[in-house]
Ligand binder design. Sequence first.
Ligand SMILES: [Zn+2]
Length: 341
Amino acid sequence: MKEQLKEIQATFVQKLQHVADAQELEQLRVEYLGKTGVLKEILRGMGKLPKEERPVMGALANEVRDALEESIEGKRQELKDRKLEEQIGREWIDITLPGKRPTLGHPHPNSLTTREIIDVFHSMGFVLEDGPEIDTVANNFDALNSPPDHPSRDFSDTFYFDETNLLRTHTSPVQVRTMMKQAPPIRMITIGRCFRNDALDATHSPMFTQCEGLVVDEGITMGDLKGTLEQMVQLLFGPETQSVFRPHNFPFTEPSAEVDITCFKCKGAGCRFCSGTGAIEILGCGMVHPDVLEYCGIDSEKYTGFAFGMGIERVTLLKYEIDDIRYLFENDQRFTRQFRR
Ligand SMILES: [Zn+2]
């Protein structure tokens, strides 16, 4: 039996030398030390030995087992070290090579316009207000002097949740909320998403971003409105840009106007961009209707105000000479990447 053990140990050592990876090592371990392994087989034969030989042989068998286990452990460590060395060799890095720059994100053109407009109005002392995209029919229509039969209230134009709640069709509810919570003087702008049941085409989108502004104080006149908007237009589109006020009609302002600016592509000469007129419509505005002030709890005998609103997408399209609003919502990187600064 002693010979047998010696023999086992010798062949084991030989086989161990040829082991190339962890898997082969495990196979060898099972072959020799497993439950049905060579060593267990030998130990089973111990019962046939004379009683006095058994402890000696037992001790020897344990010795052999310990030796095998130890060499397996040694081999395992050796394999691990070798693998690591190979990996280090493989993954060697040439630190003199130029690095790859990670692609950095950048603002969407609409965000660029938004930030610019906020900066322009901050410089004129306006406060930025915010309001919910889901608002009440009262805030969206009633407060703004919109007659009950006004076409904009129609189900085909407005997304209603129920009789009292809707997706705001403009950012004017934020003006209403501001007037209701704050006494004049008020000088605020708000920028946010609005929703109308419009088709999606080159110039319309059911979701769009609006910027509205409101000033309410004693003695505010149409002259203040004109001065403020002219300054804004020049800051946004360049100092040579002229603005023209055309009379218009909105339920929430009286008098009301639409503002055209000099086409910045042809400088007023007329081109395809401005349909040959030399001017581009940019916003709607007017003096806040006394009914709107009164609805919001402001004394219309004491205070007057002006309000204006414009589409952020429209400004973006104009500023960057983009001819289709859908580019702004598709997030095609071939488009958005062009606005990387
Ligand atoms: Zn033009």
